[in-house]
Design a protein around this ligand. Sequence first.
Ligand SMILES: [Zn+2]
Length: 350
Amino acid sequence: MDHRMTRTTTGNRVRALFILLLAASCTNTSGPDVEHDAEEHVPQQRSGPPTPLFDPDSAYAYVADQVAFGPRVPGSPAHKACGDWIVRRLRAFGAQVTEQQGVVTAFNGQKVPMRNIIASWLPEAKQRVMLCAHWDTRPFADKDKDRPNEPIDGANDGGSGVGVLLEIGRHLNELVAPVAGDAPGIGVDLIFFDVEDMGEPANAMVGERNSMDSWCLGSQYWSRGPHVPGYNARFGILLDMCGARDAVFYQEAISMRYAAGIVRKVWRTADRSGYGDRFVPETKYFVGTDDHDVINRVLRIPTVDIIEFYEPTGGFHPSWHTHGDNITIIDPATLKAVGQTVMEVVWSER
Ligand SMILES: [Zn+2]
């Protein structure tokens, strides 16, 4: 159903009623002025449904479900099964799901199958918000002394962002449900990027541009050829490593460079929502690249990264790219702080 059509029809009906009432009570009013007056009384602002509660246990279960598939290494059976599961969940939540399949080349020349998954609510709306995370996991544990050549669980690096997005997706039908006589709401896209974490092990995420370009292959693919030609959104929010116990989120430097206004909006919203202890309004330089980098540079959609800064390492969580990145480090309280904040931001868009 075309939502805009519904609104226009209702608007005309309200206007017609207004003209009728005014014409009945006033004898001296000219037509065009009445039309203008009436137009101003047609509600243009969507009053909006209240923000639902983000369920941390549901989000945690979505993280555990992913880990239970095994490492989601592109090309593996576990990766395929998990991707199918994500698509099934999104369809059950009422999304229109688009998949982007392609082949990308890893840093070592290996050809890797890539599958970006895009879930859209109110796909015809021009005004949109984009939320994203990567759903693949790293094929090796290059920061671990033990079993460095084996893939990691990626409960935090991959799993946490997807878990939060799925729990938000579970509520998105409530946001976009048509309200009689109201302006159309905004559309929302959840994008699950593939092959983010196959980057070159040496100088991981802090090296030369060539080395940095070996990361984020799914988001590079999408940024250069979005699922909808000319795709645009008011802003984007990337979730990466957002589920560890006691995680604190500082204002990440790439986000500040390209999307400082959106960073401030998100961090202010977190504070208002009671998560000021988790979202600290100070800038830290600790991410060499991430999926939001290419989106900002190529598509110029102001996109921020909510990613943990771990004070003792001056960078990422110590479990990063090790076998320590498993379900035991995930805390529903962290997922809640991130998920509720992002929902407040999205639900307050008009
Ligand atoms: Zn990673």
